[in-house]
Design a protein around this ligand. Structure first.
Ligand code: DON
Length: 317
């Protein structure tokens, strides 16, 4: 009987409360000391390493938030899943993936030497693929970026979301490696536009939001592109499966395989310290803690996710 009761309690996600999240957060708070705030973009290095937040968005729009709930940070690479959604909506999956692969990776996010050999980015989650994805979104100048921003505002239902111009300027003036990939892809005939397209990538990385917003994004892809409040104007089962599969195999870069073993859920990290997680059909999780591990993923964030997943048996496997 005890076993049965325990099994029921474990999987009933409606029992997750702010108290649950709070005890997990406190248990993992000090993991920031094992990581390092990203400083390869000078402006990112100014983040408070001790800031931490943990959010869950479940069915019927139930929102749970603990920690520094109002703290905003830049979404960075998490914007890549939004760009992928828009590019595929506009161009179709076959056209987008004619130009890049569906490959998993053992390489860090800014790897691109395969552009010299196979010619195409490995996947849309690493920088090369993401820069290409954004260049496939139609519109002149900053229009493609504005579409990404509007989609983030729609999914989070927050029209006040904007982007951090200091982080953007800082990325633009130091992102020579990204500029290198951009021109190599232009040389390979994958990109036809000018550097405005690269600027759109820098801008999308600089969009500022909270852990709750990330949980809402996680919820959206976990639920067939239906928003947390039930709005279904973008409902698309296949698109959600595509985005979730890319998150699963490459969303945590070279750590994705080990992450699939330990967490087992589609997730996307950003060097701003955020991670968004989709629990298919159930809920979204958003975490924030800016100190990163050696793979560029939030250190405390990963451990908070891991504990919640273990406690409620959330892994897909
Ligand atoms: O391209 C860059 O360098 C960053 N703006 C985004 C990279 C990122 O978030 C990689 N992630 N963990």
């Amino acid at each position: 009987l005890n076993t049965v009761m325990y099994a029921q309690k474990k999987t009933d996600i409606s029992t997750i409360s702010e108290k649950t999240l709070s005890s997990i957060l406190e248990k993992n708070r000090t993991y920031y000391t094992q990581g390092k705030v990203a400083d390869y973009i000078p402006e990112l290095g100014k983040m408070d390493a001790k800031a931490i937040a943990f959010s869950v968005v479940g069915k019927n729009g139930r929102v749970l938030n603990v920690g520094d709930v109002h703290k905003k940070f830049t979404m960075q690479s998490i914007s890549k899943i939004i760009a992928l959604m828009i590019a595929v909506n506009e161009k179709g999956e076959a056209n987008v993936f004619d130009k890049m692969g569906y490959f998993g990776t053992d390489k860090p996010f800014n790897y691109f030497s395969n552009l010299e050999t196979t010619g195409k980015p490995l996947n849309p989650m690493m920088n090369a693929g993401a820069i290409l994805t954004t260049s496939l979104i139609s519109g002149e100048g900053e229009k493609p970026f504005l579409k990404i921003l509007d989609m983030v505002r729609y999914i989070t239902k927050d029209q006040t979301i904007g982007y951090n111009t200091s982080v953007y300027e800082s990325e633009k003036s130091t992102g020579h490696r990204n500029r290198g990939m951009f021109y190599l892809m232009k040389n390979n005939g994958l990109i036809s536009g000018n550097e405005d397209q690269l600027d759109n990538y820098f801008k999308q990385c600089s969009i500022e939001l909270t852990a709750e917003d990330l949980a809402k994004i996680g919820y959206f892809f976990a639920n067939e592109c239906v928003r947390f409040d039930g709005d279904a104007q973008y409902k698309n089962v296949e698109l959600a499966k595509l985005v979730e599969s890319q998150m699963l195999i490459a969303g945590m870069y070279e750590f994705s395989g080990e992450y699939a073993r330990t967490v087992g859920l589609p997730s996307k990290s950003g060097v701003g310290g955020g991670i968004t997680v989709s629990v298919p059909g159930k809920m979204g999780i958003g975490v924030f803690s800016p100190a990163l591990d050696q793979h560029g993923n939030s250190s405390a964030g990963y451990h908070m996710i891991l504990d919640l997943v273990k406690q409620y048996d959330l892994s897909l496997f």
